[in-house]
Design a binder for this molecule. Structure first.
Ligand SMILES: C[S@@+](CC[C@H](N)C(=O)[O-])C[C@H]1O[C@@H](n2cnc3c(N)ncnc32)[C@H](O)[C@@H]1O
Length: 202
């Protein structure tokens, strides 16, 4: 793993405390992950990174989409989340990496797609970090920014209001992606899910 920053330490502390019961807290999310993965348009043999994979909830649908000849990688900063992924047997569906998804230890244009669920809010430098994710995806490849709950419902659950400067607001996210090597192709923000899709610019 690359050098540890204060941002990384904070993320690790936050998710280490939640790793053991992460899946039990959200037992009904599975179908939403499968639907989001389906919208990524993966084909057999594709190479895909689950950035901030956590306990690996997306790894099984990602493996199903790319088949045995494809490559599925799951990168996360928090060892406890990856340990929970192993306990759940999800390392059978993808190779787990203890790594900063914002600085993926991967070759330029080596992937067809990146799936990132619940990650973007934790990125310390979103434009720079999304640019790094663009670097490792081939032109025409895809990015899914997913959350199994919409912005308003998440804010309500957390007892806060959405503010206009919210990174994931459509008016902010489109330009952010455009500045980072992506073109937003679809945006859904409903109670049951958030899903923004983008295509890697050439
Ligand atoms: C909200 S959780 C979502 C986990 C998983 N994607 C899911 O949907 O269940 C966010 C995850 O991102 C990880 N994370 C945050 N920043 C990261 C980074 N820069 N690189 C890799 N993982 C990161 C955290 O450790 C945590 O496991």
């Amino acid at each position: 793993m690359q050098s540890m920053s204060d941002d990384h330490t904070h993320v690790q502390e936050f998710f280490t405390a939640r790793a053991a019961d992460w899946d039990a807290r959200f037992p009904d999310d599975g179908p939403a992950y499968a639907t989001a993965v389906a919208e990524l348009g993966l084909r057999a043999g594709d190479r895909v990174l689950d950035a901030g994979c956590g306990t690996g909830r997306a790894l099984s649908p990602l493996r199903a989409a790319v088949g045995p000849s494809g490559v599925v990688l799951g990168a996360d900063l928090t060892p406890a989340m990856l340990e929970a992924a192993v306990r759940a047997g999800r390392d059978r569906d993808g190779q787990l990496l203890l790594a900063d998804a914002a600085r993926p230890p991967l070759r330029t244009e080596s992937l067809d797609a990146v799936f990132a669920a619940g990650l973007i809010a934790h990125l310390p430098h979103p434009a720079e970090n999304l640019r790094e994710l663009a670097r490792v995806v081939r032109p025409g490849g895809t990015l899914a920014l997913f959350h199994p709950i919409g912005r308003a419902a998440l804010a309500a659950r957390q007892g806060r209001q959405i503010t206009p400067d919210d990174l994931r607001a459509e008016a902010n996210l489109g330009p952010l992606l455009a500045d980072s090597g992506w073109r937003m192709t679809s945006y859904i923000d409903e109670d049951a899910r958030f899903l923004a899709l983008a295509e890697r610019l050439g």
